[in-house]
Design a protein around this ligand. Structure first.
Ligand SMILES: Nc1ncnc2c1ncn2[C@@H]1O[C@H](COP(=O)(O)OP(=O)(O)O)[C@@H](O)[C@H]1O
Ligand SMILES: [Mg+2]
Length: 232
């Protein structure tokens, strides 16, 4: 049970990629606790293990060894199906390239995780609409992604991430494909969500984005090398 507000608890997490020819130890013993209501930026140079860590945090992959609990639930060692269930219920993803389905409306995109989560149609529609309103897109529910700007697409993706009321919002370079104005809008939405109590984990190498977080965790060569409150 999750009694002390710890959302993420990783201990001695290791990840080895075995390609047959070579073994790459991408994570070499990660200890990380993230508490409810934190906004954490994970930063590090290319090849340091950010994507690998993101895949584990987001329940897209399992570690080679070590313990991971998300929202009090053990993640290490579960089956693929259980992993997918945990992911759909507990993690809201925001990706650099938005990952929206292009041929359906904003509303239908936001409904997608609710559909997989078994939420009934009427409630699905209502919740998706409320989420789109929350990110300022109440007047764009019927637009398809191709009929929206990059910033608006990312807002649809944020609404979709929030739809299942996840334990964490996990964002990967969320402003990477946006101009500075749209990027700044997205950062403001993240800050608002955080102030409203969402737990945010942002993987980025954008220092401006990292400064908006409450805490910055630096990773280098598969290890956490720094972990401190943000200066801002
Ligand atoms: N699927 C994979 N198979 C083999 N090696 C991988 C794989 N994914 C990542 N790696 C290696 O693991 C290390 C960390 O990669 P990654 O997590 O993608 O870092 P980052 O996202 O910080 O650039 C790198 O040395 C990379 O080459
Ligand atoms: Mg990467």
């Amino acid at each position: 049970m999750n009694t002390n507000g710890t959302i993420i608890r990783m201990s001695d997490i290791r990840k080895v990629y075995d390609t047959g020819k070579v073994k790459v130890e991408a994570l070499k013993g990660i200890d990380l606790e993230i508490h409810k209501g934190e906004m954490v930026a994970i930063v590090g140079p290319s090849g340091s293990g950010k994507s690998t860590l993101m895949n584990l945090v987001g329940c897209l992959d399992t570690p080679t060894s070590g313990e991971y609990e998300l929202g009090g639930q053990a993640v290490s060692g579960v089956s693929r199906d259980t992993l997918a269930e945990i992911r759909n219920r507990r993690v809201g993803f925001v990706f650099q390239n938005f990952n929206l389905l292009p041929h359906i409306s904003a509303q239908e995109n936001v409904e997608m995780p609710l559909l997989f989560g078994g939420v009934r149609p009427a409630e699905r529609r209502e919740r998706a609409k409320a989420m789109l309103e929350r990110v300022g897109l109440g007047d764009r529910v019927d637009h398809k992604p191709t009929e929206l700007s990059g910033g608006q697409m990312q807002r649809v993706a944020i609404a979709r991430a929030l739809a299942m009321n996840p334990d964490i919002v996990l964002a990967v370079e969320p402003t990477g494909n946006l101009d500075s104005t749209a990027g700044s809008d997205i950062m403001s939405i993240f800050t608002d969500l955080w102030k409203q109590g969402s737990t945010m984990v942002i993987i980025t190498h954008d220092p401006a984005l990292a400064r908006r977080a409450s805490r910055v965790v630096e990773i280098r060569d598969g290890r956490i090398t720094a972990d401190h409150p943000s200066e801002a």
